[in-house]
Design a protein around this ligand. Structure first.
Ligand code: NAP
Length: 320
């Protein structure tokens, strides 16, 4: 085990973390970026990003993230394929322990750990995860060529996943618990116009059905429950894609940072400051409302600037 001293440690490598790293590196704070288990974050499992400013023809999510990483490295940021497993944020300097047993001592920490897919939380979903139940159409859609799939959810993610899955599947049924969608008009219209997409509204998945074939678990369908009258029906499906939003990745910091009821990090209004001096939060981990790549990048920039001011003030106080 060795100890490494850094001025600014960035935890997470989505648009928030990498933008923070670009700004901190350009200001010569030599940031270290712990990329986590999914370097590049959620955009690396999407396809085309149409609404990130500067790309009139759109850009593939993985390409956008790769470019951001290179931009941060160009200015001296050190990106590392490591996960932070333990943290003592109240210590001075702050202590971060990574999955390889290394310890990093940081003057300031920017938490940009993003959010992960939310699941329904029923036992049969757990049983068939990776065997027909997925939360990532771009990762697993290819396996459903000519097959029937369900997409659960009524937000932009569900519409996007449903549209994407029609490239492969013969039929995509969107299961949504209400009769109104949360998704934006353009995404709903696109899905409604797609002849392969059907909708089953006022419905939730009560149980996922499957079978064992030659020692391999596979999904065969689901039992749907009507949210209005409680009636149930069976629906056939070869795959089920869950697209019901995300939960913030705050597990490592949960006993130290102030979180709201849903686990999002609470920041001071108009800033990225958390309840702990020298710890800043940016991107989806602290944003329950906007959750966009561009807003994550924006708050990543704010976090780097907030961290810099805090470090400079601290340095001046110590010099007095
Ligand atoms: P979201 O907007 O929070 O929508 C989640 C959906 O899942 C809602 O329709 C919700 O139903 C449903 N849901 C939640 N928990 C459920 C449960 N336990 N059982 C059944 N249904 C459940 O999440 P999102 O679609 O992932 O989008 C997140 C953010 O990313 C949004 O700001 C969105 O605009 C953005 N996004 C943008 C794009 C794009 O512009 N290309 C693509 C994807 C995502 P209710 O409606 O009844 O609450």
């Amino acid at each position: 085990m060795s100890e490494n001293r850094v001025k600014i440690a960035v935890v997470g490598s989505g648009p928030a973390g990498l933008t923070a790293a670009i700004y901190a590196a350009r200001a010569e704070f030599e940031p270290v970026v712990f990329e986590g288990l999914e370097p590049g974050g959620q955009l690396t499992i999407t396809t085309e990003v149409e609404n990130y400013p500067g790309f009139d023809k759109g850009i593939q999510g993985p390409e956008l993230m790769d470019t951001m990483r290179k931009q941060a490295e160009k200015f001296g940021a050190k990106t590392m394929f490591k996960e932070v497993k333990e943290a003592d944020l109240k210590a001075n300097p702050k202590v971060l322990k990574t999955d390889d047993g290394e310890v990093y001592l940081a003057d300031a920490v920017i938490v940009a750990t993003g959010a992960s897919a939310r699941f329904l939380g029923i036992p049969s979903e757990e049983e068939y995860k990776g065997h027909g139940v997925s939360a990532c159409a771009t990762c697993d859609g290819f396996f459903y060529k000519g097959l029937k799939v369900l997409v659960v959810g009524g937000g932009d993610s569900a519409m996007e996943e449903a549209n994407y899955l029609t490239k492969f599947a013969s039929e995509v049924t969107v299961i949504h618990r209400r009769d109104e969608f949360r998704a934006s008009r353009i995404m709903i219209e696109r899905a409604k116009k797609n002849p392969k997409i059907k909708f089953k509204l006022n419905s939730t998945i009560k149980e996922i059905l499957g079978k064992d074939q030659m020692g391999m678990k596979m999904v065969t369908g689901a039992i749907l429950e009507n949210t209005k009258d409680g009636s149930t029906e069976e629906i056939e499906a070869d795959g089920i894609f869950i697209a019901i939003g995300h939960v913030p990745n705050t597990k490592v910091f949960k006993d130290q940072l102030e979180l709201d009821n849903d686990g999002y990090i609470v920041t001071e209004k108009g800033s990225t400051k958390t309840n702990i001096e020298g710890v800043f939060a940016a991107g989806d981990v602290a944003d329950r409302i906007y959750q966009q790549a561009v807003t994550a990048a924006g708050t990543g920039c704010m976090a780097a600037l907030d961290a810099q001011s805090w470090l400079e003030e601290k340095e001046m106080e110590e010099a007095e």
